[in-house]
Design a protein around this ligand. Structure first.
Ligand SMILES: [Zn+2]
Length: 155
């Protein structure tokens, strides 16, 4: 995919590091249910949900992918972003281990999360947590530091 054809044009690559971890926020005004591949049916209530991910290469392309509705549905998160676009993305230029630190931080406060969602290859209960409070970014930043960028899809 050309970096110039994405949701954010060519500006996103200038704003996010080449690799790192990221949080996607989703604002749900009504409850939804969807099938997430082998995980089966997932139900989400009203509120703000956060997905925690990592892309140690081509982070900007990964973020763009999450904003595209049309794609091959490969990861659990694809089944959600296919139906509902993220609202915000916060990125950190951190190694993959910090991905689970973020997930565990959010789970400790707003667990239990959607069991096994996005956490097939780690020991976390989930990488999709919510509803979370307004202070989600402060809570995570306190543990892993300030984000390199926060991209708002409404800007
Ligand atoms: Zn994890």
């Amino acid at each position: 995919m050309s970096p110039h054809t994405g949701f954010f044009g060519d500006t996103l690559a200038l704003r996010v590091p080449q690799g790192g971890i990221y949080l996607l926020t989703f604002e749900l005004w009504q409850a939804m249910a969807f099938r997430a591949g082998a995980l089966g049916c997932v139900g989400l209530g009203v509120g703000r949900f956060i997905y925690v991910g990592s892309a140690q290469r081509c982070l900007a392309q990964r973020v763009e992918r999450h904003f595209r509705r049309r794609k091959r549905l490969r990861w659990h998160i694809d089944y959600l972003t296919h139906l509902q676009s993220p609202r915000k993305v916060a990125v950190w230029a951190l190694a993959k281990e910090s991905e689970c630190v973020c997930a565990l931080t959010l789970l400790a406060r707003w667990g239990p999360g959607v069991v096994h969602f996005g956490s097939s290859d780690c020991n976390c209960a989930s990488h999709l947590i919510g509803p979370v409070g307004e202070e989600w970014l402060e809570v995570v930043s306190e543990i892993v530091g300030a984000p390199a960028a926060v991209v708002d899809s409404h800007e």
